[in-house]
Design a protein around this ligand. Sequence first.
Ligand SMILES: Cc1cc2nc3c(=O)[nH]c(=O)nc-3n(C[C@H](O)[C@H](O)[C@H](O)COP(=O)(O)O)c2cc1C
Length: 405
Amino acid sequence: MKKTVLYNKNIVLGVCGGIAAYKSVELLRRLVKLGARVRVIMTRSATRFVGPMTFEVLSENPVCLDLFEEKDDAAIRHIAWAEAAHGVVIAPATANMVAKLTHGIADDALSTFMLAVTCPVMICPSMNSNMFEHPATQRNLSRLKADGCRILAPGEGELACGTTGPGRLPEPEAMVDRLISFLSPDDLAGKNVLVTAGPTREAIDPVRFISNPSSGKMGYAIARAAENRGARVTLVTGPVALAPPLNVEVVPVVTVDDMAQAVFSRLEQSHVVVKVAAVSDYRPVKTETHKIKKGEGGVQLALERTTDILKTVGQRKSHQIVVGFAAETRDMENHARKKLEEKRMDMIAANLIGPPDSGFASDTNRMTLFFADGRKEDLEVMDKDAVAHLILDRVAELVKQRAIP
Ligand SMILES: Cc1cc2nc3c(=O)[nH]c(=O)nc-3n(C[C@H](O)[C@H](O)[C@H](O)COP(=O)(O)O)c2cc1C
């Protein structure tokens, strides 16, 4: 289970009568998978696009369609659900619903419920481009934003009505990501967080290189979590097969030298540096211009040390909080503590490579945190997103303790 900010939270999903209503089925499924308790309110028009049964089964809760349903607690459901909600997401939000919410109209279950809501609200408008760009819709969205709602900008592209332009409902994954960001604490707001992720590659010849199996998942999870918590994030990443996190500056690099250059040039303006990348310690002394041809005998490869990025960061750091990672195959504690001290880090997150639930390509990690003041914290096996948030909890404490401007 991914323990994000949505875990055990009461989320109300409002679904309106737009062509993109089918995407809210997948949105619901993802919210439930993240441990949220989701209740769904549909407008009558929404039921013309997707049947309530689908939402009922996936949410394991009755769907609210009408204020005047004659069953159980339907008559007061809108008030009870509004009081219990930790977050509300309306997806898709029709032009009609956006207009009603702007003016406080309460003539159906969803709009009435919305007047009783006091928790954070994310609205995902989706409609034909002309409808979206109409001054009335734009005026209404501005008003809702000023009232404190988070408006998720629709994507551009070909719409179901055949036109091209803004109006597409973002993909469910992006809606979940933005909801998590919206509901997360803003304890890194205003801070510049520099994260490195993935492997590096050192060329042997034009078709071969020295690298490692780092997937980048842990570093990307840290970058995502830092962005969720309000930081301005730069992610320096080696070659990986992952989608770039939303709202994060991504700097792609290949070699250790590229990565070193990208990190050193951003060090001064960073408040927090989290080095998750698995950097090659060695590179070939010489890169062959042409492919090395296969012969009868073996080939000797002369290697030289690469720049120790973390050590240099430790030497040059002034105000920055520096966090490193150590993947070890044995004697984890000694190696991690030595690295922490030698490289003047504030914290190191160490794990043993080998167990199936921990290490390079897995989705989970069993980490131990070691701190510069000698403290040690053993973490249980967790999803990498949960590890990322826990590490950032500790980073936020250090930022606060040190009163970093
Ligand atoms: C096939 C079809 C697709 C529609 N798609 C959208 C849409 O994507 N966005 C939108 O704002 N309205 C769309 N509408 C119009 C709304 O369904 C209509 O304004 C309705 O009154 C909205 O009701 P509601 O806001 O209570 O759900 C569509 C209508 C039809 C017939």
